[in-house]
Design a protein around this ligand. Structure first.
Ligand SMILES: [Zn+2]
Length: 544
């Protein structure tokens, strides 16, 4: 009797849709043991929700792989495609499990550029075992008999049903565990490189895309006519502070019930209360800010291969430098001086490779003191309020709002603890921006001005959302309403009184990241056809 059962089971699912589903389940369970065991250690649950969460992860993984298989298996090519996928997945799983490495485009590049002899050196008995079990067993089953014949329409109908079913499952599990998944994937970005076959498929795709794009798209000039009239007096110094994950509603200056910005409140700054970001993630907002595109027109591919704000300022005669305490400038600073942060101060400000923004400020002060006095633009890229490990962003002295959440598993804390911790990061950013302004105010060699804007906001549990990155259309105001402020030195105000008064008058206007590019050019006095005075916050106020 059991024999009959087994043979019926093996005979039954030979349609394409059932074959895909079985292979998806097989790969989810056998090729993803590294991913699943990592997830198991990161889940915040220790009660009955633990097995429920893990089972949901297997369902999510299976549905996701099944969706992918359903999209790539067509007609006679279905079995060869599945064969390639099984073999590649077995090999990838072997490398991920054995070396604990994630497979990304860099690994794919290594592999592509390794010759046959070197690859052969990596082969082991263990690897053979992986291939035999993970790929071999299903391949025997797959090739033993042809797939069940189905009419064309019937197969397409099944394909559609399979895709919709998978999508529903993915959506269902993802929405049930959104907060956990968002937190895990945000803090452990590398974990996605352990998901087989997602890791090598996306790696291969970016590898070929990069090769195609980087080889045939030359850098496009932008603002080639940039120039600047000679001017008397001190050189200009413009400092642009790019904030990270600071939201307007948590700024004391915005009217937040808590005074999270006491130091800035004492300085002669202008705070802008109605500012929206270009994107809800650094990867969008940062290149967008420097691109010269408005949010509506922003095109990442064009922006990537076109000169931006810093190129134009440089062409206009400014020395431009970039100091980064974040994960880099995403192309915005490719052709300007990048100033490394002070090695000698890392012991004081960094823990496990993550550095508080005081390191950025000290490095900035040192750079300013050492750099020759000339027209100059300095960009400071903060680590700011980057989550979910808010508690790592500020020194103990800034733990003003308690109790805090001393964990990156935000769901293990109360919402109030999460908000307290987040507010402490804002209080620290208040101190950081105020320190930058004080550094400028003490330097009488320049006429200086400072502009600060955050790249995007953050959700701290409102509407059940955490962190950021929501699609812009659906994003809550917490993620898109960002703090912005300006400061000008007395000598700058004296020299450019119209600009200084215009900056002050705009405090309640509806502004956005769209204004930054044009305002920086305006403040720098760099003239070019790509400067749009209508978007320049320092221009066009005389009739107000
Ligand atoms: Zn960001």
């Amino acid at each position: 009797m059991p024999r009959t059962h087994l043979s019926t089971l093996l005979k039954l699912p030979r349609t394409l849709i059932a074959t895909n589903a079985l292979i998806a389940l097989w790969l989810a369970l056998l090729a993803n043991t590294s991913f699943l065991s990592k997830i198991a250690t990161l889940t915040p649950y220790h009660d009955w929700r633990y097995p429920a969460f893990m089972a949901a992860m297997v369902v999510l993984l299976t549905a996701y792989i099944n969706l992918f298989l359903t999209l790539i298996t067509w007609g006679r090519l279905a079995r060869p495609v599945l064969t390639f996928l099984l073999l590649a997945s077995a090999l990838t799983a072997y490398f991920v499990d054995t070396f604990g490495i994630g497979i990304d485009v860099g690994q794919i590049q290594n592999m592509m550029e390794t010759d046959f002899q070197e690859s052969w050196d990596l082969a082991t008995w263990n690897m053979l075992a992986y291939v035999l079990v993970i790929a071999g067993l299903p391949l025997v089953w797959l090739w033993r008999k042809p797939l069940a014949p189905e009419g064309f329409l019937r197969r397409q109908r099944n394909r559609l049903l399979g895709s919709i079913g998978s999508l529903i499952l993915v959506g269902l599990v993802a929405s049930c565990f959104y907060a956990d998944l968002a937190s895990i994937f945000r803090e452990h970005r590398a974990i996605r490189f352990t998901i087989v076959p997602h890791n090598y498929v996306t790696g291969l795709r970016s590898y070929f895309k990069q090769h195609q794009v980087s080889s045939d798209v030359p850098l496009q000039k932008y603002g080639e006519d940039a120039h600047r009239a000679a001017h008397p007096g001190k050189p200009k110094l413009l400092v642009f502070v790019v904030g990270e994950t600071a939201r307007a509603e948590s700024f004391g200056l915005q009217g937040y019930a808590r005074n999270t910005t006491p130091e800035l409140a004492k300085l002669p700054i202008t705070y802008y209360s109605n500012v929206s970001s270009c994107g809800t993630a650094t990867a969008v907002s940062l290149p967008c800010l420097f691109s010269g595109f408005t949010r509506k027109d922003y095109d990442a591919q064009i922006a990537k291969h076109r000169e931006g704000l810093l190129d134009i300022l440089q062409r206009g005669g400014y020395a431009v430098s970039w100091l980064d305490n974040n994960s880099g400038c995403k192309g915005a600073c490719d052709r300007v001086q990048r100033v490394p942060l002070l090695e000698s101060r890392k012991a004081a400000w960094c823990v496990k490779g993550e550095c508080r923004d005081d390191l950025l400020i000290e490095s900035f002060a040192k750079h300013l003191a050492d750099a020759p006095v000339q027209d100059r633009v300095i960009v400071l890229h903060q680590e700011g309020s980057h989550g979910p490990a808010y508690y790592l962003r500020y020194p103990k002295a800034f733990e003003r709002f308690t109790p805090v959440c001393n964990s990156n598993a935000l769901q293990s804390c109360t919402q109030q603890q999460v908000i307290n911790t987040y507010d402490n990061t804002i209080a620290y950013t208040d101190h950081i921006i105020a320190s930058a302004i004080k550094t400028l105010a003490q330097d009488s060699r320049y006429s200086s001005a400072l502009l600060y804007v955050s790249d995007h906001g953050e959700s701290t549990g409102e509407h059940g959302l955490y962190l950021h990155g929501a699609p812009y259309l659906f994003a809550p105001s917490q993620q898109t309403h960002v703090p912005m402020l300006s400061w000008v030195s007395p000598s700058f105000a004296e020299r450019e009184p119209a600009q200084a008064s215009c900056l002050r008058k705009r405090h309640a206007d509806a502004l956005s990241h769209d204004n930054i590019f044009h305002s920086m050019l305006g403040l720098a006095g760099v003239e070019t056809a790509v400067h749009n005075p209508a978007l320049d916050m320092s221009a066009g106020c005389s009739s107000h």
